[in-house]
Design a protein around this ligand. Structure first.
Ligand SMILES: Cc1cc2nc3c(=O)[nH]c(=O)nc-3n(C[C@H](O)[C@H](O)[C@H](O)COP(=O)(O)OP(=O)(O)OC[C@H]3O[C@@H](n4cnc5c(N)ncnc54)[C@H](O)[C@@H]3O)c2cc1C
Length: 414
């Protein structure tokens, strides 16, 4: 079967079910990566991370005899034309769970070809859930307890044995794209796109630096690189599989130590899963200001001014501003920082949380539609489990940056 592998947030060789089915079922085939709207909205750090990850995957596929096209067209424009021109019979892809990504899929699903879609981005497969998506609990704790009663996590899969070849050369080449990221630098030098760099970071965090056993105590830190795992950038583009992380946790528990910290990394991966499934359950409701009342123009203008101050790190709250400086300058912010700046925007400043979530989409190097929207909605008190979670940012600063070192780093150095 002459086929396309539509490359999405599954930029990895290992534990890639979509890749394995493509390799076993396609007689001839080509890999195609297309720009997405979210990529177009992203600013430099995130774009560079994504493109570097795509190129690393392309190099791996090509060194195994495959053909890989990178194009700046959108999938909905490029793939249907390609299907007709090359008499394609099958399209393989990894399914996503957020509204815009599902809309991209709808642009492919109606094509007159066989569609093979595979759900593999979460630690737990949707098909192994002990409940339907419609019956997903509205509180994380209930979800977690049900999952843990009968935990089903698959072992990571090995890479493919062979990659289907493509019979002809493309006269125009396979890179229909201007690589614009070469002269940019990662500000956090530890973060580089690509599967091997993700695997290296996992090894460094768990084994070389031996940080897993103290994860729970350090994860709220904001200054040190090893305070938390920093695996989210690779998870966000699928350059690292959550099952590979889980396998390392289990190995570490057997060979080194098993404690609250080793459990907690798994617990956080369950949060990630939960937001993915909530995204499927809620659909587009997660992407709108669900509970917003219609507001007069004067109020909206005032909100806009407040938003600009927040985004440009001039809110006047030094803890919030330091975190926004870090985000603006590097594309990174710790989880503690994210919680505080989100609460400050939505609760203290009373600004539409959706603008904050959209700003994070542009800036965060690890942007993930479901984790981002789910966390924002949760903190804004409009999501599932809508308790008031306002943070007192100055009290938080006293707890998590008692000596003021973090604030000095980002407010003085900027
Ligand atoms: C307002 C807000 C927006 C966020 N936006 C994103 C986003 O766009 N992309 C993203 O990956 N995470 C997002 N998070 C979740 C969390 O902040 C990051 O996953 C985490 O900071 C990444 O750092 P780490 O890999 O060192 O995490 P660790 O603490 O080492 O955790 C390990 C992994 O568990 C998962 N995880 C941890 N905390 C959460 C959480 N609260 N929700 C979902 N998954 C979690 C992540 O995959 C993370 O890589 C957001 C949180 C908030 C409060």
């Amino acid at each position: 079967m002459k086929s396309i592998y539509w490359v999405r947030n599954d930029l990895r060789w290992l534990d890639n079910k979509t890749l394995l089915s493509f390799c076993s079922q396609a007689s001839t085939g080509v890999f195609i990566w297309c720009e997405t709207d979210s990529f177009r909205r992203a600013t430099a750090f995130r774009r560079k991370f994504i493109i570097d990850s795509v190129i690393a995957f392309k190099n791996k596929i090509e060194s195994s005899g495959g053909t890989f096209i990178i194009t700046d067209h959108k999938s909905v424009d490029f793939i249907p034309q390609f299907v007709v021109k090359h008499q394609i019979e099958g399209v393989f892809y990894t399914s996503e769970c957020a509204t815009e990504e599902i809309a991209e899929q709808n642009g492919i699903d109606h094509l007159p070809v066989k569609i093979f879609k595979c759900d593999q981005a979460s630690l737990i497969h949707a098909s192994d859930l002990p409940m339907t998506i419609a019956n997903l609990p509205e509180q994380f704790t209930s979800f977690r307890k049900k999952i843990e009663q009968d935990l089903k996590i698959h072992l990571p899969l090995a890479g493919p044995q062979r990659i289907p070849a493509w019979p002809e050369e493309f006269p125009e080449g396979t890179l229909r794209y201007r690589i614009e990221t070469e002269d940019q630098k990662y500000i956090h030098p530890e973060i580089h796109g690509g599967e091997q760099n993700g695997l290296d970071r996992l090894k460094e965090y768990v084994w070389d630096q031996d940080r897993l056993k103290i994860y729970k105590e350090t994860r709220n830190g904001m200054l040190e690189w090893n305070d938390s795992s920093k695996l989210s950038p690779w998870l966000s583009v699928g350059a690292l599989s959550p099952r590979t992380i889980y396998q390392n946790i289990k190995k570490y528990e057997t060979e080194v130590a098993k404690n609250d910290s080793t459990y907690w990394l798994f617990f956080e991966l369950l949060w990630r899963d939960y937001f993915r499934f909530i995204s499927l359950k809620w659909g587009s409701r997660l992407f709108t200001d669900m509970h917003a009342k219609k507001k007069p123009n004067g109020i909206i203008l005032k909100e806009k001014r407040q938003f600009e101050l927040w985004a440009s790190a001039q809110s006047g709250d030094d803890f919030v501003d330091a975190n926004m400086q870090e985000l603006n300058q590097t594309g990174w912010m710790s989880n503690r920082g994210r919680q505080n700046v989100a609460s400050y925007l939505a609760k203290t400043m009373q600004v539409n949380w959706v603008w904050g979530a959209e700003y994070f989409e542009q800036k965060l190097i690890d942007y993930d539609a479901s984790s981002n929207r789910g966390n924002w909605a949760y903190l804004a008190g409009v999501g599932q489990d809508s308790r008031d979670r306002s943070f007192n940012t100055q009290r938080q600063a006293a707890m998590y940056d008692a000596g003021g070192e973090y604030r000095r780093k980002w407010l003085v150095d900027s």
